[in-house]
Write a protein of this length. Structure first.
Length: 577
């Protein structure tokens, strides 16, 4: 006796590699899968759902052959032990049955009998597909509408009978499960863009199976058409949209997450992902048919509405854009640029002392050496807006929120006069404008201009701007044995002379004996003094802020004031780009 080809579940279960990506579930395992999706019931409830035809076990493994065995022609991975192994053996020996064809049998056990207490291998032979969790919305409604009856001293739930429409929908859902079981081994591992996820480690064996896979042949055996794939995928995607608790923006971000993270979801969020994964399997099969010339390209179809943007593989714009839509961004609101070894030492410590959070999404501080060479390139990298798409009129939607650049440096050439400072600032603005123009947009310069500020310390170097001559002299005396044979008074005068002539503090020890002081060691010696100044500011609001602290706090306030969401840059398209 041959296989009953009128049973779609048997045809699907006998396909090569069936159930190898989503294992078959026993009754108790199926109840746990349903509970993860927010619906709790037990084996007794499953029995009732089968009785009325609402949720029938997918396949049943029998003790005796019912038809001729179906050994697959394609090599399969080995699964020693477990229910999948038993299912494959039953398929090969003709002991696999369709429970719907056999009919509901009240005498069938659903719980381990007491006599099987010491027989861990006991099993009633029933298996469910994990794709049957797609039925849970209907099952939940039936559970709420049933009644509870007292029987044999216990209360048991009893399901109401299905009407003709509900019975037909139950059969349609069962046929959908069969279709997914038949297609899952080929397309389920590829639903995450650019990644292959296999339950088995042997990719070479799977690649042989994928190369030999005939999607149209599978559809013909299941008495399905390519159009059915689109119709069913549409229904799944529209249903996913209706139940997804995340809404549009969060759902886009969830779909960007790695596939392994989807299993951390629960309730209706996981149920929505189930529907999107099922739809993706169907649509990837359809796209495979298009490549083979056996189906009409989606772009050419007009007879079926297709929810393209709801696909789990759909990427609308960039990840930065998806984050910005939710008011999130890993990009800082302000980048503070300082120069020199002393600034490199003080900046993180001052930031910690004034309790500015270290989160890079708010503010970043960068120390440059050789500012004349690198500053404009840093500006282009950190602050240049990235165009995503036109937003109508003369507006352009940005990939990420704008980042301001706040440069604070020594007043050395070419930053030794206000006019030169402005010239250098305009060079930075020019570089940012050039980056935007390279993207085909001539931006409104006044909007770019607000992204860049350049200021200099009030004194010739960081040390003179933050410490008086007495403080500097005490620190130098702790670092050098004789300070060039200068007394403290003479050292204070020497420091004052260099300060007055707008020179760097390094000139003071230029002729001292070796080892001469180094700026990093001087910074460490001066840190207790800086900390005392910051503690004073915390206690007395009228106390002056050290300039480095003032620059960092001001940048942090500006970063926090940046609005959340998507941003527009105004400008005109450059023709020919």
């Amino acid at each position: 006796m041959g296989l009953d080809v009128s049973s779609s579940v048997l045809v699907a279960a006998c396909e090569p590699w069936a159930f190898t990506q989503r294992y078959p579930l026993e009754t108790r395992e199926f109840c746990k899968a349903a509970e993860r999706r927010g619906l709790r019931f037990d084996e007794n409830d499953l029995r009732e759902l089968w009785r009325v035809g609402a949720l029938v076990p997918f396949v049943e493994v029998r003790d005796k052959p019912l038809h001729q065995g179906m050994t697959p022609s394609t090599p399969e991975p080995a699964f020693p032990g477990g229910r999948l192994h038993e299912l494959q053996v039953a398929r090969n020996t003709g002991r696999l049955a369709d429970p719907m064809k056999l009919g509901y049998r009240p005498q069938l056990r659903w719980h381990r009998p007491a006599s099987a207490r010491y027989r861990p291998a006991w099993w009633n032979g029933l298996l469910y597909s994990e794709w049957q969790v797609l039925d849970l919305e209907t099952i939940g409604r039936l559970l709420r509408q049933g009644s509870v009856r007292r029987r044999s001293g216990t209360h048991r739930w009893r399901c109401r009978e299905l009407d003709a429409f509900e019975a037909e929908r139950a059969r349609e859902r069962r046929d959908l499960t069969a279709l997914l079981v038949a297609l899952e081994a080929r397309y389920f591992p590829t639903i995450e863009a650019r990644w292959l996820h296999l339950v088995v480690r042997d990719e070479e064996v799977w690649e042989v199976f994928a190369e030999q896979f005939d999607p149209l042949g599978v559809l013909n055996r299941l008495q399905r058409s390519p159009e059915d794939l689109l119709r069913l995928a549409d229904r799944l995607l529209l249903n996913a949209e209706s139940i997804d608790p995340f809404g549009r923006d969060w759902a886009q971000l969830v779909r960007r997450a790695p596939r392994r993270s989807w299993q951390d979801l629960s309730g209706t969020a996981l149920a929505a992902i189930d529907r999107r994964m099922a739809a993706e399997v169907l649509l990837r099969c359809y796209e495979d048919l298009v490549v083979r010339g056996e189906a009409t390209p989606l772009a050419d179809r007009r007879d079926i509405f297709h929810s393209e943007t709801a696909r789990i593989s759909y990427r609308s714009g960039s990840l930065d854009g998806s984050l910005a839509s939710l008011g999130l961004s890993p990009h800082p609101g302000v980048v503070v640029v300082v120069e020199g070894e002393t600034e490199e030492y003080f900046t993180p410590r001052v930031r910690d002392q004034v309790q500015i959070p270290q989160g890079a999404e708010v503010m970043q501080s960068v120390v440059l050496r050789g500012v004349n060479r690198d500053l404009t390139k840093l500006a282009a990298f950190a602050s240049a807006p990235l165009i995503e798409e036109a937003a109508g009129g003369n507006g352009w939607l940005l990939v990420k929120p704008p980042t301001q650049l706040a440069v604070v440096i020594d007043p050395d050439d070419p930053y030794d006069t206000p006019e030169k400072v402005e010239q250098q600032r305009q060079k930075i603005v020019d570089e940012i404008v050039s980056v935007v123009r390279a993207q085909g947009v001539d931006p409104a310069r006044d909007e770019i201009d607000t992204l860049v500020t350049v200021t200099t310390w009030a004194e010739s170097c960081f040390e003179f701007a933050h410490f008086d001559d007495d403080e500097l002299a005490d620190a130098l005396r702790r670092l050098h044995p004789d300070c060039g044979r200068l007394s403290k008074e003479q050292l204070v005068l020497a420091l004052g002379f260099q300060r007055q002539h707008h020179r760097d503090i390094k000139v003071v020890w230029k002729k001292w004996s070796k080892p001469q002081p180094r700026k990093t060691l001087l910074a460490a010696a001066l840190w207790p003094v800086m900390r005392c100044k910051l503690d004073l500011v915390a206690k007395d609001s009228t106390a002056p802020w050290p300039p480095i602290a003032s620059a960092l706090v001001d940048a942090y306030v500006r970063a926090g004031a940046r609005p959340r969401g998507r941003f527009l840059l105004h400008g005109s398209r450059i023709e020919g780009r």
